[in-house]
Design a protein. Structure first.
Length: 70
């Protein structure tokens, strides 16, 4: 549920295929930046304390990945 809430995506959205799921998309973004999957209404690069907030969201996504399986 965390991934759905913070990405504003549903695991059954048509952008997800056999090759890519919500979980795999979030997992891949942890290697680069969570901004690729994070709902832009939640965090913008010009937000105050952007780096701290981005790190917090990365932690939440990491936890979500640990708590889910394909």
């Amino acid at each position: 549920m965390q991934m759905e809430t913070f990405t504003r995506k549903n695991p059954i959205d048509e952008i997800f295929t056999r090759e890519m799921s919500l979980r795999s998309g979030v997992a891949e973004s942890l290697c680069s930046t969570v901004m690729e999957v994070l709902d832009t209404n939640l965090l913008r690069r010009d937000d105050e304390h952007f780096s701290s907030k981005e790190e917090f969201m990365s932690t939440i996504f990491s936890l979500a990945i640990e708590c889910t399986r394909e």
